[in-house]
Structures are given as structure tokens and as C-alpha cells.
Ligand binder design. Structure first.
Ligand code: NAD
Length: 481
């Protein structure tokens, strides 16, 4: 393996893998960002062993060291957000402002959990037995396997790595195959943050090899996964068999209800921003617009007009609103779903086709499908691209029923000026996150994130709620003797 290969980070050392993989820019497939090491099973196992060896000292070490390390990582991410944002946009395809924003968010997450280190408390209770006291403390779990998707290559690793380390665990991090560049850059920053060797390990490689090794290995106490439902369910079976703790964040088919009384500008902004920005490649993206009769036609006309004004182009080009789709496979899937919808009777009201730009990349015009019904595949299956459909409804009650009529339950939104309907919706939307007059995508970094039904499994991520997953509770009884 040549010196120009980006290596894995295991036990405090940068190590070559069994193989390498080229990291290609989806805005310009002639642009190779680098060659990245691909670990085999043995290397994944050596990372788990390194993390296990580091755990006793790290978990017993002081909270000041944990705080300082996380704070340093957050500071460096913040200081380098423009450079790293450009790397993110180059490898994943979201626009430069979106890339920079995501790195800034990752920085804030590390700084938030630096603070959480100092706020990890317990409880002291009287016992029901005289002379006995009870205290309840949170303890680290051990080695945590973190398996991430490609669509937020900085923020999702950050919201898994930061709490894992904050609460005293050791980490084996496996990024998605398509985005090793951000993972490597983040690992390089972490490698200089003052953590003992083995506390944090980066293992790049295939899901079927490295991910599988993490899922199966008895030395991995817990696995936090974000990705597709199919992989998540497979991981659940593997980890349940050995009673490992597991947390899964998966797909969505997120609805945005627009009622007759909505402010049209707000509704159109929520729809376009929530469904199409970041190329629609967000698990919280709106993909079903559920619109009441009285505003339906005005809404469709205004969304179409807004889409006409958006520029799909190279992610790093100034003025690009929407970057490319992440790869050829995802683009083919998006185009196929547009075809399926039309074959099932939908009207293609705008876009949907593949585009050519100055550079060879995976460009697609945002797609708006109208005249769709709840049974169509476009309204039941996650596309994960810049594709959204409109369903026409009579009133709020029908809209709510339709919004909840899905196997998923990640985010759910409503645009209305009615306090009554907004309040009822917040109460009755079957989703982990509910937005009123805001896009379904776009959340704060200091509060819980997650869903219901097929979208999620296990405790919430982010905010102080992250401690539910990354710690275990111990109840201690003491008698004065
Ligand atoms: P994916 O399931 O294909 O891959 C996710 C990760 O799992 C990758 O690192 C992959 O290498 C790994 N993996 C694959 N096979 C594995 C196996 N057998 N064992 C262990 N690991 C394995 O998902 P993706 O295409 O990278 O991401 C897109 C999906 O992620 C979409 O469904 C999207 O909705 C979802 N997503 C969800 C959230 C959320 O928080 N709910 C956030 C972002 C993305």
C-alpha cells in the first residue's frame, strides 16, 4: 500500500488495510479524493481488542480528561469548518454552505458532550429499610461499535462518537463506504486530542465485513447504527442473539401536512427546503405532501415555481442550491421510483429526470409528483432522493390519518395557522419529531433525535437523552453496618 493511502487508526497507530478503495466525487467522477484503506475481519477484530484493552484505564480516568479531549475536537472542527465542509461537499455532494453547516454542527455536538461529561450525575435515595442508603449511578458500557451511513458524514459520526467517549466508553467506528474522507479527517483530529491509544479506533471497510465483525463480536458491548431498515433489522437479529445493547436509526417516509389556513409562503418554503435540499438525502426529508383541497392547486403551482428557480449543480459551485445524488446506484433508484409512480397513475408535475452539467456527475432535477394516492409505492417506500409526492385530502382529520398511515415514524410536519390543529397534531402525530410551520428536516443538536415504528429502535440519540444508550445504571445499597 502506497504512502498516499489514507489508513485505518487502530490502537493509536495508522495501519494499512487488506485493500484500498477510491473515494470519488459525485459532482465530478473524474475527481478522486483519495485511496482509503479497507479493513478485513482480522483488522476489525484487532480494533475491538485494542478498544477492550484501553477500556479499564479510560473508564476509570478522570472526567476532566474526557471533557478536555471532546472540547479540543469541537474547537478544531469549528476552526476548520470551511476546509472540512469543502471536503464533505466534495465527497458526499451536498452544497458547500450545507457542508460547512454540517461541520459546524459536528463541532457543537462535541462541545455539548464536553459539557455533559461534567454534568453526569446520579441519585441518592432513602432506602425502605432503616439504616440503609441507596445510590444510583451511571457507568460506561465498554466497547461501542458505531456504524454510520453516508448522508451526514460528519454530524452522524459526531453524535455517536462524542457521547460514547463522554460517558467513558471506547469506540470502534465504521463509516459508510462512500464517505471515508470525512471519517478519516475526523479520526485524525481525534488522534491528536489526547485520548490514550485504543480508546478511539477507525476501521474503514465494507459493511458485510467490518460491520458484520462489529455486530457479531462478543467484545462489542453495544452497537449504535444509522442506515437503512434492511441493514438495521439484520443488525438487530445479530446483536439480539448475543444480548448486546443496540440502537437503530433508520428510514423515513415523512409527511408534511398543508392545511387551507396555512401561510402559503411558509408552506412552500417548508416543502421545498424539507424535501429537496441536501438533494433530499436526509432521513427526516419530507417526501409526502398532504394538502387540503382549498390550497392544493395554489400550493402545487407555487412549489413548481420555486423548484424552477433552483439550480442543480456541482456541490462546490457558488450559487448551487442542490448538489448531485450521492452515486449512480442511488440516482438509478430515484429515477426508477419516478417511473413507478407515473406507471401507477401519478402526474409528474415537475422535473424528475437525470441532468447533464459541465462535469460528469449524478445530477437529477427535483421531482414533484401530483395526483398520488396512499397505496402507491411512492407513498409507502423510502426513495432517499429529491423526489416528493402530493396527496389531496378533504380536511385535517383525513390529513392526520394519512400522515400516520405509514410503517415509518421519524418526523412529521404541519403548516397551519390554526392553534387547534397544530396542538392536536403535536399530540397525535405518530412520529419521534413533530414540526409546526417548520421543515421536517433540520433539527437542533442539544435535544433528543429519533423516531417510532420502523424508523427507530432503542433509546434516543443526542442531547442529554443520549446517556440512556451510552451508559448502564447501577443501584448500590449501603448499610452503615
Ligand atoms: P446502509 O444500511 O446501506 O448502510 C449503513 C451502514 O451500515 C454503512 O456503514 C454500511 O457499510 C453498514 N452495513 C452494511 N451492511 C452491513 C452489515 N451486514 N452489518 C453491519 N453493517 C453493515 O444505509 P446507507 O445507504 O448508508 O444510508 C441511507 C439510509 O440511512 C436511509 O435509509 C436513511 O433513511 C437512513 N438514515 C437514517 C437516519 C436516522 O437518524 N433515522 C439518518 C441518516 C440516514
Amino acid at each position: 500500500m502506497s504512502e498516499s493511502v489514507f489508513r485505518n487508526y487502530i490502537g493509536g497507530k495508522w495501519l494499512a488495510g487488506e485493500d484500498t478503495q477510491a473515494n470519488v466525487n459525485p459532482s465530478d467522477t473524474r475527481d478522486v479524493i483519495g485511496e482509503y484503506a479497507q479493513a478485513g475481519q482480522a483488522q476489525a477484530e484487532s480494533a475491538i481488542a485494542a478498544a477492550r484493552a484501553a477500556f479499564p484505564a479510560w473508564s476509570a480516568g478522570g472526567i476532566q480528561a474526557r471533557h478536555d479531549a471532546l472540547d479540543r475536537i469541537g474547537n478544531e472542527l469549528h476552526a476548520r469548518r470551511e476546509e472540512l465542509g469543502a471536503l464533505l461537499s466534495r465527497e458526499e455532494g451536498k452544497t458547500l454552505p450545507e457542508g460547512i453547516g454540517e461541520v459546524g454542527r459536528a463541532a457543537m455536538i462535541f462541545k455539548f458532550f464536553a459539557g455533559e461529561v461534567l454534568r453526569t450525575g446520579g441519585e441518592v435515595l432513602p432506602s425502605v429499610r432503616p439504616g440503609v442508603s441507596v445510590d444510583i449511578v451511571r457507568q460506561p458500557l465498554g466497547v461501542i461499535g458505531l456504524i454510520a451511513p453516508w448522508n451526514f458524514p460528519m454530524a452522524i459520526p459526531a453524535w455517536k462518537i462524542a457521547p460514547a467517549l463522554a460517558y467513558g466508553n471506547c469506540v470502534v467506528f465504521k463509516p459508510a463506504e462512500l464517505v471515508p474522507g470525512c471519517a478519516w479527517a475526523l479520526a485524525e483530529i481525534i488522534s491528536r486530542a489526547g485520548l490514550p491509544a485504543g480508546v478511539f479506533n477507525l476501521v474503514m471497510g465494507r459493511g458485510s465485513v467490518v460491520g458484520e465483525a462489529i455486530a457479531q463480536h462478543p467484545g462489542v458491548t453495544a452497537v449504535s447504527f444509522t442506515g437503512s431498515v434492511a441493514t438495521g433489522r439484520h443488525l438487530l437479529a445479530a446483536t439480539a442473539a448475543r444480548q448486546a445493547k443496540v440502537q437503530l436509526e433508520m428510514g423515513g417516509k415523512n409527511p408534511l401536512i398543508v392545511l387551507d389556513d396555512a401561510d402559503l409562503d411558509i408552506a412552500v418554503n417548508c416543502a421545498v427546503q424539507g424535501a429537496y435540499f441536501s438533494t433530499g438525502q436526509r432521513c427526516t426529508a419530507s417526501s409526502r405532501f398532504i394538502v387540503t383541497d382549498g390550497i392544493h392547486d395554489r400550493f402545487v403551482t407555487a412549489v413548481r415555481a420555486k423548484l424552477q428557480g433552483l439550480r442543480v449543480d456541482h456541490a462546490l459551485k457558488a450559487g448551487a442550491d442542490i448538489g448531485p445524488v450521492v452515486d449512480a446506484k442511488q440516482l438509478a433508484q430515484n429515477l426508477e421510483y419516478v417511473d413507478i409512480a407515473v406507471r401507477e397513475g401519478a402526474t409528474l408535475a415537475f422535473g424528475g429526470q437525470a441532468l447533464e452539467r459541465e462535469t460528469p456527475g449524478f445530477y437529477q432535477m427535483p421531482a414533484l409528483l401530483t395526483d398520488t394516492t396512499p397505496g402507491m409505492r411512492i407513498n409507502r417506500e423510502e426513495v432517499f432522493g429529491p423526489v416528493a409526492s402530493v396527496m389531496r385530502v378533504r380536511d385535517y382529520d383525513e390529513a392526520l390519518a394519512m400522515a400516520n398511515d405509514t410503517e415509518f415514524g421519524l418526523a412529521s410536519g404541519i403548516c397551519t395557522t390554526s392553534l387547534k390543529h397544530a396542538t392536536h397534531f403535536r399530540q397525535h402525530a405518530e412520529a419521534g419529531m413533530v414540526m409546526v410551520n417548520l421543515p421536517t428536516a433540520g433539527v437542533d443538536y442539544h435535544v433528543p433525535f429519533g423516531g417510532r415504528k420502523a424508523s427507530s429502535y432503542g433509546p434516543r440519540e443526542q442531547g442529554s437523552y443520549a446517556r440512556e444508550f451510552y451508559t448502564t445504571v447501577k443501584t448500590a445499597y449501603t448499610s452503615a453496618g
